[in-house]
Ligand binder design. Structure first.
Ligand code: COA
Length: 161
């Protein structure tokens, strides 16, 4: 674990949870929790699982998780594309926590981590069903519609310097 920020998630003065946003290590216990969450949120609903050779490639990525105590609530991954550009992938929030502001907090943390690493541009492939979430956070559609994991997607981009 290389970075840590505590965040109090509140909606209309009601405490949702106290959580820690962290960069986590590949193959750690926290990483295995992350893969389990991604499987539940991003793969099982599509009748899919992760290919071990795809997970192996994540050893060079920046792996981000939001935790309440030791339980993961949400995650994303940053992958280097070039010196100035990184790709945000595998954005997922536990179903019981969606629409409470957690996804926006993770994105904000991920953008700060990317900026600190020297990136000035974030790109992502958004499921069409989630593109309005990213638009609210300042991302703009940069491609036509295409299919990934059997779902319609849109390429999106944001300057983060
Ligand atoms: C998409 C996802 C990551 C968003 O995280 P979240 O914690 O639910 O989102 P937040 O509560 O932080 O939402 C921030 C804003 O975006 C809006 N929003 C969130 N999801 C949205 C969606 N699918 N469509 C439209 N608006 C959305 C919220 O209403 C909120 O708006 P507000 O600021 O006006 O109140 C989460 O719902 C999720 O994991 N969904 C299933 C997996 C998925 O689709 N992942 C993305 C793959 S590209």
């Amino acid at each position: 674990m290389k970075s840590l920020i505590f965040n109090r998630l509140q909606q209309k003065n009601t405490l949702i949870c106290d959580m820690a946003l962290k960069i986590i290590d590949y193959n750690s216990e926290q990483y295995h929790q992350m893969v389990a969450l991604r499987t539940e949120v991003l793969r099982k609903p599509l009748g899919m699982t992760y290919n071990p050779s795809d997970l192996e490639k994540e050893k060079d990525d920046i792996l981000i998780g939001a935790f309440e105590d030791d339980r993961i609530l949400g995650c994303c991954i940053l992958t280097r594309l070039d010196e100035k550009t990184c790709k945000l992938r595998q954005m997922a929030v536990h179903p019981s926590m969606q629409r409470n502001g957690l996804g926006a907090s993770i994105m904000n943390f991920a953008e700060n981590v990317a900026r600190d690493t020297g990136y000035t541009k974030m790109v992502l492939n958004a499921r069409k069903t989630a593109s309005a979430f990213y638009e609210k956070l300042g991302y703009q559609v940069s491609t036509g519609e295409f299919i990934e994991v059997n779902l319609p997607h849109l390429g999106m981009v944001k300057s983060i310097f």
